[in-house]
Design a protein around this ligand. Structure first.
Ligand SMILES: NC(=O)c1ccc[n+]([C@@H]2O[C@H](COP(=O)([O-])OP(=O)(O)OC[C@H]3O[C@@H](n4cnc5c(N)ncnc54)[C@H](OP(=O)(O)O)[C@@H]3O)[C@@H](O)[C@H]2O)c1
Length: 285
């Protein structure tokens, strides 16, 4: 009999790639870690998805794939629903005995309250958030599911353009000045820590909902300032903006989350972005 398998969808993306690396480094001798990139399997084709997962029969699935940007979801709501909702159903129904970790977002909340707990009612705003909230209902009926709601993740992604830090850096490198809201708050974190949280949940085969976010609530502007300080050579240009002046789709002003549940599992809080960067001066971010 071969080693038990752990399949990670979206492993070509930011969070999935960090999880795949951490699990290969820490359990690769005992477990086969399979990165289910788009090259391995197109998750938009139901028959292929069901056949692939039934054949693979993994012990665990960590589902990171999806249409993850707000504008992409607004531009093609049908594709957003297919990937973010239907695909979850196909994957989870194909692996009834596996432990499944489903990735969701702090944006399932409308941001009018802040400091959200796992048992606060969801109130999504916009297509992306709505698809993620609906997918949580599918994940929740799986007998061994764990739902991870995370916040703004940064780090180095395989394609170099997925982390919020990478997007900011690209814009500054192109000489663009960025306007960032001083009144929209998230709890940004390094994808490295999201991966650590998932590894701890996997180890304990935890179930239920977990909020996994950085230990400090920061505005979009403050978040960008942290990245800008890392790249003075790019001469980063930041302007202060307000969501009150924004004329696009509605936004969620304060999606900060209470993370005490994952803190107990990890044995320590996930560091806030400023602390993480202070603690890791040589890391590329
Ligand atoms: N990053 C954040 O700040 C953040 C915040 C809150 C929640 N989340 C959630 O966390 C999870 C992971 O996010 P992420 O930032 O790692 O996303 P990401 O970097 O955009 O990665 C998503 C992955 O899904 C893959 N994918 C999309 N369509 C596919 C298809 N038809 N077949 C196979 N693969 C497909 C993408 O492949 P391609 O690269 O080829 O398109 C990509 O590798 C998502 O569920 C997201 O909603 C992320």
């Amino acid at each position: 009999m071969g080693k038990p398998k752990i399949c990670i969808t979206g492993s070509g993306g930011l969070i999935g790639s960090h999880i795949a690396r951490l699990l290969r480094d820490t359990m690769g001798d005992r477990v086969e870690i399979i990165g289910v990139t788009r090259h391995v399997l197109d998750l938009s084709v139901e028959s292929e998805v069901r056949r692939w997962f039934e054949k693979a029969a993994p012990a665990a699935v960590i589902h990171c794939a999806g249409i993850t940007s707000n504008p992409a979801c607004e531009a093609d709501p049908a594709m957003a629903r297919l990937l973010n909702i239907d695909c979850c159903r196909w994957v989870f129904e194909s692996v009834p005995d596996a432990w499944v970790c489903h990735f969701s977002t702090d944006l399932v909340f409308n941001g009018l309250k802040g400091n959200y707990r796992e048992d606060d009612p969801v109130s999504p705003v916009g297509i992306y958030a709505e698809t993620k909230a609906e997918a949580e209902l599918i994940a929740a009926v799986h007998p061994h599911s764990c739902i991870v709601r995370t916040s703004l993740n940064g780090g180095v992604s395989p394609t170099g353009d997925r982390g919020f830090n990478e997007k900011l850096r690209q814009a500054w490198a192109a000489g663009q000045s960025m306007t960032l809201f001083t009144d929209e708050y998230r709890c940004p974190l390094a994808a490295e820590w999201t991966a650590k949280a998932v590894a701890a949940l996997l180890k304990g085969r935890k179930s239920g909902v977990y909020h996994v976010a950085g230990g400090e609530k920061l505005s979009r502007y403050e978040t960008a300032e942290c990245v800008a300080q890392r790249w003075p050579g790019l001469n980063p240009q930041l302007k202060r903006g307000s969501i009150a002046d924004y004329d696009g789709p509605p936004r969620s002003p304060d999606c900060s989350m209470d993370c005490s549940r994952i803190t107990k599992v990890l044995g320590q809080p996930v560091p806030g972005l400023r602390q993480y960067l202070d603690d890791s001066p040589s890391i590329v971010f």
